[in-house]
Every structure is written in C-alpha cells, then in structure tokens.
Design a protein around this ligand. Structure first.
Ligand code: ASP
Length: 319
C-alpha cells in the first residue's frame, strides 16, 4: 500500500527563486518513514497557486484515479495555499473514490524558522492512509486539523492558522499518529460527466462582488463574454436597488447565483422584501447559492455549465 503524492509548487516548496521537488520536500520529514506506507511522488507543476487552472486540477484528479486503481490507499496534493479552497472544492465535485484525497500546503517556506510544510505533509499522509478518512471526499489538512473541502476557507494572508471552516469547524484532527474524525459530513452529489478543457474554456463564469455605491458598470454586456455569473451580495444576499433589474436581465440570459460576500453563513430567502433584497432577486431568477461562498459557487457553476449538468439541483444541495 502506498500514498500517491502529487506536487504542484506553492510556498511549501519555495526556496528562493526555485522550488523543491517532491523527493526533496519529503526527504527529511520526521514521521514519514514510520508511516508504514511508501509515498509515491509525481511532480506535476512548480507554480504559485494563483496559476493553477481547473483543467490542470482535473488532470491531477485523473492521475490520482489511476494511482488508486493501481492500489494507492489515498492521495495527497501539495500546492500553494492561495487557491487551495477552490481546488479542494473542485476535486470534491469530481472525486468518485472512497480513498481520501487530501490537499495541503504551507504558510512558511522551508527557508524560514518553523516551516509548517513538514508537519502538514506528514499529517496529510496520515489522513490519506487512514480508514477513518475514507468516503469523505476531498479534505484539507493543515495544522493537524482536517477540514471538509466544501466548507474550508483561507481566512488570513500570513497566519499558519489560515484555514478554517467558519460554519462548522474542522471535522477531525490528527492527534499523535492517529486520525480522529469527529463529524462525518454526508457526501453530496458531485457533478456528473467529465469537463473537457474546451468545455471549461467555453463556459467562463464571472464573479462580481457588490460594493457600497456600486456603479455596476462591469455588469454591462457580461452576457457577451461569460456563460454564468456569481454575485457576492451584501450580507444575506442584497444588492443596490438600481442593480436589481440589471441582474434580473442577466438571469434571463444565463445562470446567476446569489451568495454572500461576508465569509460565513448563508443568504436568506424570505426576510427582506425591498428591491435589491433576496426575495426580489430570487424572484428575478437568481439562484440561491445557500451556504456556498462566492469562490466555491463559481467553481461549481463553471463545472456544471461545462458538463451540462443540472444547475438548480446541484445548488439546492448547499441551501
Ligand atoms: N502564493 C503562494 C501560493 O499560493 C502562497 C502559498 O503557497 O501558501 O502559491
């Protein structure tokens, strides 16, 4: 039995201008040799995670599927932390196997005092080969905490405690060498069908965050360049009154998902009646994004468009 480890760059591998290979990254990690499982490494990319793409992550998922078909007990991906909440959620949508798919990274690079990469790698590998972590889809392991991909957020630009799941907390912990799962979220349906790169290219989804005294200019002609839109609304899902008809017109042309820009909680459905509030926007055809944050909602909508899957049913699972 082995753990399949895929490296994609990020701070965890960053030394000066260069980036460590997976072999270099794992060479001196305390505890890894005692894992009881070999770590099979595939170096995929050496990039900052701002450069990762959905197509690239789907390639990694394909390679990971091959690895578990060949007997790997679980998968670990090391990458930059910046887009990790999105890549983890993307993987969660398309990972069909019971084997854990664990993503991790680091906030302090290997040249700094107290780098967090080695501890995160060994904890991620422990989770990847734990029977307790099977059937949980994609997980983010950081600072010995285990987070479900559907809830985890990067919430701090520099702190090693950056990953939290604001609505629920971590679903488990790595304690000593044990993986202890405290809550097992029910697995939701992922997207059906496979998204080819050309389908992703043809289905661009915009993300628009509402701001005070918003001019809305960027929303004009959006239907000419994009196939879908995620709105990060104020609070429980509100926008300035004057932008409500603009969003209604867009919703007649393409799916428009309403989320909250606050970082936690869901939008509401039945509380506020004024123009630009949630009742008005949902009546104009916007889709309720529920508890999904704007970034995850964007990943989901693009995948659904690319696979021609049922958009209403998929978002209903998060409400
Ligand atoms: N900018 C880096 C990246 O996302 C940050 C990190 O790795 O934590 O690649």
């Amino acid at each position: 039995m082995s753990v399949a480890l895929f490296t994609l760059g990020g701070t965890i591998a960053m030394v000066g201008d260069g980036r460590l290979t997976g072999a270099e990254l794992t060479a001196a990690v305390p505890g890894l040799a005692e894992l009881g499982h070999a770590v099979e490494i595939q170096d995929v990319e050496k990039v900052s995670s701002a450069n990762l793409t959905m197509a690239k992550m789907l390639e990694v998922v394909d390679a990971a599927s091959k690895a578990v078909a060949a007997g790997a007990t679980g998968v670990v991906v090391t990458q930059g932390t910046d887009s990790l909440e999105e890549t983890a959620f993307l993987v969660d949508q398309v990972w069909p196997h019971p084997q854990p798919f664990v993503l991790t990274g680091a906030m302090r690079n290997p040249t700094l005092a107290g780098p967090d990469g080695p501890a995160n790698i060994v904890a991620a590998c422990r989770v990847a080969c734990s029977p307790a972590a099977r059937d949980l889809g994609a997980l983010v392991v950081f600072k010995e905490e285990i987070h479900a991909a559907r809830w985890v957020r990067k919430t701090h630009s520099t702190s090693t405690a950056t990953f939290v799941s604001p609505n629920v907390g971590p679903i488990g912990h790595v304690v000593e060498d044990q993986v202890r799962i405290l809550a097992r979220p029910v697995r939701l349906d992922g997207v059906q069908g496979s998204a080819e790169p050309a389908d992703l290219d043809a289905n661009q989804v915009a993300l628009y965050s509402m701001t005070m005294d918003d001019d809305g200019l960027l929303l004009k002609n959006l239907a000419e360049t994009h196939r879908g839109l995620v709105v990060a609304g104020f609070g429980v899902g509100h926008v300035p009154e004057k932008l409500a008809p603009v969003l209604g017109e867009l919703a007649a042309a393409m799916p428009v998902v309403l989320t909250s820009r606050t970082g936690a909680g869901s939008i509401v459905r039945n509380t506020y009646t004024s123009a630009g509030s949630e009742i008005d926007l949902l009546q104009r055809g916007l889709i309720d994004g529920g508890f999904l944050d704007p970034y995850k909602a964007r990943v989901l909508l693009r995948l659904l468009l690319a696979t021609d899957d049922d958009i209403t049913a998929a978002f209903a699972q998060y409400q």
